[in-house]
Design a protein around this ligand. Structure first.
Ligand SMILES: [Zn+2]
Ligand SMILES: [Zn+2]
Length: 318
């Protein structure tokens, strides 16, 4: 009895054995399966509507490359319009390669591509900030700055190009890590926001969608390789989220013995979310949507976080 043949088409060259459902797939059936799964998620969760302009956050890492390639199928069917934006935070020896791959992929797929650098927009780089931070007694993590400014750029760019949706490449591993981390930390505030899409609290924010949310990280890497694209494995030199990494290791290890564990974590969470949310919203007073007096961006306070950070940075690096 030959076992190692594609369970879909019988071809002998199998590239993956999915322990969670027993499938063995050849390269072509595997790629079709990933694309089919993602398109099904998009349809089922109503992540796009016909005529939407979708802006993809394209880091050049495997997740965003896979996302752009799959959304491009909808572009070619004239269901959506597609553009991509890459943010260059100024991290020497790391970001250059991502930017180069992002450019190549966007060009190959014929997707309009924008690159925004911290250096041009804010006149500093993450490297420069971190150099200054090292002199502090309690240095801030790079991610604190990066997160705030990246969010601002994504949001502004989405508005500038009149995007209806902002798509990011979060995968099954990322999502189950977030669920578990926030659960273990009792962070209900964050838990109610984990999902396929954000709910617009302010119409000046573009809705964010996560079409790869049901695809394991390992399969995304394989999909990018089998599609003939170059893989740039994200590994920021400033990455520090050690708790997330520990949870990630735990989930991957558990998956070896219990292959469906990430799916059950995700599906179970989706089932209990409405209950948590209802309770949470009943006790939620809601912050008024203000406008930052310095930059005019939406903010929960007089001066937004990114303007506060900008001021702090000017003092530090000058
Ligand atoms: Zn096959
Ligand atoms: Zn501001």
């Amino acid at each position: 009895m030959t076992k190692n043949v594609c369970t879909q088409c019988g071809y002998e060259h199998v590239v993956i054995h999915r322990k969670y459902n027993g499938q063995r797939l050849c390269s072509s059936c595997f790629k079709k399966s990933i694309e089919g799964k993602v398109l099904k998620t998009i349809k089922k969760q109503k992540l796009v509507t016909k005529g939407d302009k979708v802006l993809v956050g394209l880091s050049g890492g495997k997740d965003s490359v896979a996302l752009l390639k799959i959304l491009n199928i909808l572009k070619e069917k004239r269901i959506i319009e597609l553009e991509a934006v890459t943010i260059d935070e100024g991290i020497a020896g790391y970001r250059e390669e991502g930017v180069r791959i992002a450019k190549d992929v966007a060009k190959e797929l014929g997707v309009k591509h924008h690159i925004v650098s911290f250096a041009d927009k804010y006149n500093f780089t993450i490297d420069k900030i971190m150099e200054a931070e090292q002199k502090e007694e309690h240095p801030q993590h790079a991610c604190t700055y990066c997160g705030v400014f990246r969010r601002q750029i994504f949001n502004q760019m989405a508005r500038d190009v009149k995007a209806d949706k902002l798509a990011t490449g979060h995968n099954l591993d990322d999502e189950t890590q977030s669920i578990l981390m926030n659960y273990l930390e009792g962070n209900v505030n964050n838990m109610v926001r984990i999902g396929y899409k954000t709910e617009a609290r302010d119409k000046r924010f573009t809705q964010k969608i996560k079409p790869l949310r049901e695809i394991p990280e390992k399969e995304i890497g394989l999909y990018v390789l089998e599609s003939g694209f170059e893989v740039h494995f994200d590994g920021c030199p400033y990455a520090h989220e050690s708790f997330r990494m520990e949870i990630g290791d735990f989930l991957r290890e558990t998956t070896l013995k219990h292959p469906t564990i990430m799916y059950s974590t995700l599906n179970g969470f989706e089932k209990i979310k409405p209950a948590i949310k209802k309770d949470y919203m009943e006790n939620f007073t809601g912050k008024p949507n203000k406008t930052c007096i310095k930059c005019g961006e939406p903010s929960s306070q007089e001066i937004c976080k990114s303007c506060k950070f900008l001021e702090k940075i000017q003092n530090k690096i000058n």
